[in-house]
Design a binder for this molecule. Structure first.
Ligand code: FAD
Length: 509
């Protein structure tokens, strides 16, 4: 843990505006890592939080480690379940399924990745199983199994498992609030009606609440959600729209009763004008329909959503509008935008909470302990651009490689022009099954791209180097890999049993 003191520095007060997932994640981490700053958080009970955002990716465990959060305590507090990956239904041709698992796919054969061997056997017409069966996360996920990886045994298949969580967003915000307040964060309830700028520097000087109180700060973290109260409304930083690649701009969310089995994965099912999510928690299932409002009405979208729930709905569907894209700059003057105020990418790969996390860790890494420096701000904004563009390309790839053309929505997506950065990667993969990370900061590993692109049937040729290996050796290697993975998955505990045994939530949290 970093213990950063602030001797002889001008910055004293950090004011966080907004108390959703972004605001409380920021407050919980900054108050854990820093000493000597006054940290305040302003939120409005009247406005409330967006209240969706319940699926994560494995990097969330790094946030928890940095914030000193015990995972079992967090799981109990937020009715969380484990997530091994995402079950994609009907994304290829409307009658298909594949799994994007977080862990490894089998074992490499020297430097060759297993999907290359798999493609060779498929070309030869050798009977082989679905690619998912060679990855432990997929195999265990689809069998509703879960256990922690074994860090004492790094070479074993079980060490290749990787996991994240599904949690109740409101309960998580409450849990983080308790932790942050215990570390001295001061919560101020009230609706901000105005923002005053310092005439000379143009920095935000203070915000004005509806009852006339003012809250000042040296550094403001704008976690006010899509409104972007400070970064957009007060400082006028613009927004880059990405709706030429991402048609969806609206969602309807509805919880429903739990059903058995308790699945350790998110399910995303492609629909005619969007897609539907299913996120299992301990006490309920979160569901939603993300869609393009230009193509389908709220009523029709709600009918599709409600007709495809596994349990009885627990509320009426709630609509959320959004704008795919990102702020031109996430840090401007003395305001850093984190969360929805900094941009939004649809939750297909559960990346928004991760982008909150990287927003906070970037801020810690470039923290203006001794005042605001232009190079720090420029570097923050450069990294912000990279992260959003990187995730955007991965999400756009899901739509571009579809074979679906059954509605105007899917026809457009299949044939749309895509960013050059993505087109080059897809061309390389199509020609040789090769995929390379270009920068250490890229979020998704090769395994993720491979599972999605092959899951959707990108017609790939394999790396010719596979032909240097005798076909019998390739077949035997994949056969052994599959057997080991099947054995390990079989031996793993049931997901619901695992939670009941190690992290059951109390009945009244
Ligand atoms: P909000 O939750 O909107 O919080 C804004 C805060 O600002 C609130 O406390 C509010 O009271 C306060 N505020 C606003 N205006 C004022 C004012 N005038 N005065 C005082 N306070 C004010 N992310 C994932 O990682 N995984 C997912 O599965 C996922 N699913 C999603 C599904 C949908 C449909 C959507 C739209 C988003 C999803 N997200 C997901 C994104 C995720 O919900 C957000 O990233 C996350 O909730 C952060 O929101 P936030 O804290 O930025 O904003």
């Amino acid at each position: 843990m970093t213990d950063t003191t602030r001797d002889n520095v001008p910055l004293e007060t950090i004011t966080i505006v907004g108390g959703g997932t972004a605001g409380w994640m920021t407050a919980a981490l900054l108050s854990h890592v820093f000493r000597g700053y006054r940290i305040r958080l302003v939120e409005s009970d009247e406005i409330g939080i967006i209240g969706v955002g319940e699926a994560t990716i494995p990097a969330i465990r790094d946030y928890m480690a940095m914030a000193g959060i015990d995972q079992v305590e967090m799981i109990r507090a937020s009715q969380a379940t484990f997530k091994l990956g995402i079950d994609f239904v009907n994304w290829r041709d409307g009658n298909d399924r594949y799994f994007h698992g977080f862990g490894r796919i089998g074992q490499d054969f020297m430097w060759l990745h297993p999907h290359q061997l798999w493609l060779r056997l498929k070309r030869l017409g050798v009977p082989i199983r679905h690619l998912d069966d060679y990855a432990l996360n997929c195999r265990a996920g689809m069998a509703n199994k879960f256990c922690f990886p074994d860090p004492r045994n790094p070479g074993s298949p079980i060490s290749g498992i990787d996991y994240a969580y599904h949690f109740d967003a409101s309960l998580l915000a409450r849990y983080l609030r308790v932790r942050a307040e215990a570390k001295g964060v001061e919560r101020i309830e009230g609706r901000i009606v105005d923002t005053k700028l310092d005439g000379e520097s143009g920095h935000v000087a203070h915000v004005v609440l509806a009852d006339g109180r003012t809250v000042d700060g040296d550094l403001f973290v704008d976690c006010s959600g899509m409104r972007g109260l400070l970064i957009g409304q007060a400082l006028g930083v613009g927004y880059e729209d990405w709706n030429q690649w991402l048609l969806n701009d609206r969602a309807l969310a509805v919880p429903c009763e739990s059903v058995s089995p308790l699945t350790p994965y998110t399910r995303v099912t492609a629909r005619d004008h969007g897609w539907q999510w299913r996120i299992p928690l301990q006490h309920r299932i979160g569901n939603g329909h993300v869609f393009a409002s230009a193509q389908i009405s709220d009523d029709a979208a709600a009918a599709t959503l409600l007709a495809n729930l596994d349990g009885k709905p627990l509320a009426d569907p709630r609509a959320v509008a959004f704008r795919p894209g990102k702020r031109h700059k996430a840090w401007e003057k003395n305001v850093v935008a984190i969360g929805l105020s900094s941009g939004f990418l649809e939750p297909l790969e559960s990346t928004s909470i991760h982008l909150i996390q990287t927003g906070i860790t970037k801020l810690i890494g470039l923290f203006p302990h001794r005042g605001f420096a232009a190079p720090d701000i420029a570097e923050y904004n450069r990294q912000h651009d990279f992260e959003f563009t990187d995730v955007r390309d991965f999400i756009v790839a899901h739509y571009k490689v579809t074979e679906r053309e059954d509605t105007e929505y899917w026809r457009y997506l299949k044939h749309m022009p895509i960013p050059d950065s993505l087109a080059e990667r897809l061309d390389l993969f199509a020609s040789s099954g090769r995929f390379f990370r270009r920068a250490a900061a890229e979020l998704f590993r090769e395994e993720s791209w491979v599972q999605v692109l092959m899951g959707q049937g990108l017609p790939v040729a394999y790396d010719p180097m596979v032909e240097m290996i005798p076909d019998e050796t390739v077949a035997a290697f994949l056969h052994d890999t599959e057997e080991v993975i099947a054995d390990v998955a079989r031996a793993m505990p049931d997901h619901a049993d695992f939670i009941a045994r190690y992290c059951k939530a109390p009945l009244s949290p």
